[in-house]
Design a protein around this ligand. Structure first.
Ligand code: NDP
Length: 297
């Protein structure tokens, strides 16, 4: 039997709707909607597309957005100064520094200048520490979105064996910690893991965050298990000269074995910005001492 498809586009739209309801409730109660500042350094076309999309979706959710740009040749000191200014600006609730930064700028040094209470990407050392310690804080968006997708399918994940393949700071490590916080038994796999297919087959929840097109085959999937495919890989399409997006999981094979699976595109991808907007509301409430609106769930 074919797996049920976890519709990330629909679930992300639900999250955005709940964010819009929460933003509207906050505006009615406190006279101000949360504000997200997005800083883009340089003119990388892909980053410009991402930033435009973030700004548009922030405004569609009824929040204020504040879009700043610096030229590609801005110095590290100038970028840090801008991040410090946004951190000190009492009207700004969330700050997103669009990555990657130009090569001459040390991303860690820039992130270190960011107020962790405004770190809506969840990338600062303080945010990472809060996640490890299980303290309240802003969680990285893509892993948080992956957990929301899993919980829409199985609300109580306790006791499930979750295998996360990939141990990056951005996705794999925080995903492992977030599934652990849901009381899963977590195994974190990587390029040196032995018998990866066998390990994957033992996963009730298999999270693929590798960056290798369709590496996880259908017979690596536990029959009836859940597959969350974080991978986004551009590969040649069957039409010459065209490309298409595929995940890290061989979707056509895996969906014949899994109980539930996220597609690529339309799975984890749309959840990232939705969780960014959600984090902006959470950041505004935490720093301004506002109660989190019930609409946010
Ligand atoms: P990284 O390249 O930073 O990390 C990849 C991880 O996969 C590493 O930990 C690496 O292990 C592991 N890996 C690589 N090859 C193998 C292998 N043969 N067997 C087992 N493990 C392996 O990637 P990211 O975490 O940044 O991204 C992962 C994927 O997620 C990419 O496709 C990316 O495009 C996508 N992505 C999607 C997002 C979204 O949906 N919005 C957001 C961010 C990323 P090791 O550490 O041992 O080298």
């Amino acid at each position: 039997m074919s797996a049920s498809i976890i519709d990330g586009a629909m679930i992300a739209a639900d999250v955005r709707k709940s964010v819009a309801a929460a933003a509207s409730a906050l505006k009615a109660k406190h006279g101000a909607a949360p504000e997200l500042a997005v800083l883009l350094v340089g003119e990388d076309p892909a980053s410009q597309v991402y930033v435009r999309s973030k700004v548009k979706q922030t405004e569609e959710a009824g929040m204020r957005s504040h879009h700043l740009t610096l030229p590609a040749d801005a110095t590290q000191a100038q970028v840090i100064e801008k991040v410090r200014a946004l951190s000190a600006d009492k009207n700004v609730d969330g700050i997103l520094v669009q990555l990657p930064l130009p090569k001459h700028i040390d991303e860690q040094a820039v992130l270190a200048a960011l107020d962790p209470d405004k770190d809506v990407d969840g990338l600062t050392e303080v945010s990472a520490g809060r996640l490890v310690l299980g303290k309240p804080g802003l969680r990285p968006c893509t892993p948080a979105g992956s957990v929301i997708l899993a919980k829409r399918t199985t609300p109580d994940l306790a006791g499930a064996h979750c295998v996360v393949v990939g141990r990056s700071i951005l996705v794999g490590k925080p995903a492992a910690l977030l599934f652990l916080a849901e009381n899963c038994t977590v195994t974190l796999a990587h390029s040196k893991t032995k018998d990866l297919p066998g390990l994957c087959r033992s996963a009730d929840i298999l999270v693929a965050a590798i960056g290798r097109p369709e590496m996880i085959k259908g017979d690596w999937v536990k029959p009836g298990g859940m597959v969350i495919d974080v991978g986004i890989n551009r590969v040649p399409a069957s039409t010459p000269g065209k490309t298409k997006l595929v995940g890290d999981v061989a979707y056509a094979e895996a969906k014949e074995v899994a109980g539930a699976i996220t597609p690529v595109p339309g799975g984890v991808g749309p959840m990232t910005i939705a969780c960014l907007l959600r984090n902006t509301v959470l950041a505004a409430c935490a720093r301004r001492g506002w109660e989190v609106p019930a609409a946010l769930g």
